[in-house]
Design a binder for this molecule. Sequence first.
Ligand code: PMP
Length: 417
Amino acid sequence: MKTNTDILKEIIDIQKIRKDFPILDSIINGRPLVYFDNAATSQKPWSVIKAIEHYYTDLNSNVHRGVHHLSQQATNAFEASRKKIADFINAAYDHEVIFTKGTTEGINLVAHSYGKKFVQQGDTIIISAMEHHSNIVPWQLLCEDRKATLKIIPINEKGELLLDAFKAMLDEKVKLVSVTYVSNSLGSINPVREIIELAHRKNIPVLLDAAQAVQHIPIDVQELDVDFLAFSGHKMYGPTGIGVLYGKQKWLNQMPPYQGGGEMIKSVSFEATTYNELPFKFEAGTPNIEAAICLGAAVDYINETGLENIQHYEQELLEYATGKLSEIDGIKFIGTSDNKASLVSFIIENVHPYDVGVILDQLGIAVRTGHHCTQPLMDFYGIPGTVRASFAFYNTRAEIDTLVEGVRKAVSMLAVK
Ligand code: PMP
């Protein structure tokens, strides 16, 4: 009979995959690197690294402007990448994919542009209690500017959104709901289908912060019927400095430009300027061409492995880690939703998370400690921060064993008896 491990081996050839990520061979403080900071940024496969080299050795040129050969080649590669990303999330049109710097810029774009057009004094924006600062502060700035109100969907102790409270907030004053698909601090996978359905019943659009979702869960924007979706390239095996804002064309067409400059115009005179069509209306200035093209290479890599296989394998790692870590005395998980992505956040009685992080680093283990840019969420739990280990599909059970050993060591050194 096949064991669980045999089945997983068929899904993900872990040794082959690890060879694709050169940094995983690093030795840190005399030990093999155990990289569990994937929610902050993921590592990059050779195919992405080589795509960057290929861009600068063979393609480098500015896009959309030149008639010369290189400019056309770069433009073709840039637009081919947009198409790959549109297909990856099943956007109806390629021009609904706007290149940004990352999730943060995508959310700021919507807050500025949608906010300017649609949010007036007395209106409401809804976010949740588990948002990353980048899905809080842009809305605070907008609400301050517009004299609008920010309302917060509460959560329970497990880190799950309280949908009844959300339902009760939905009235004609609400102009947008902006929530995270997956919490970066808790791992909770939010019931976004229900959230979108409930909001749409009142004709309210929904933005999903997919920074922690797009690399773990297959997303079909048409099937979800989501209005806006923001994510970052660097968390999905692609380069830094690039991200995507997906928006339904019916919204994007009504929204004013976010920034002014080259590329986003049709014609400019001192009397009147007309704006370019989608997606260029929202892409002022020279974009991060290399990173946009190489994000396409990252999407290819994910597609070759298969996001469903990745999801399956990572869920197995999550279960294994949760089981093993729970055997440690004094450990308390922060974020125990029934539906979680592959990360564990925890605190240990009488031990500061930062000190755990330092000891784990001495053992070559990279975790994140602190508030993870979710200070209001930490306030809800009454803690300064957590230790967070976030897993990718190149991680292994053996690495989790190393983490568990490391945490035990930290506890024995640090716990105040
Ligand atoms: N939202 C969530 C849920 C995140 O985890 C992050 C990154 N930690 C962001 C937004 C911001 O992403 P970026 O810094 O790439 O813009």
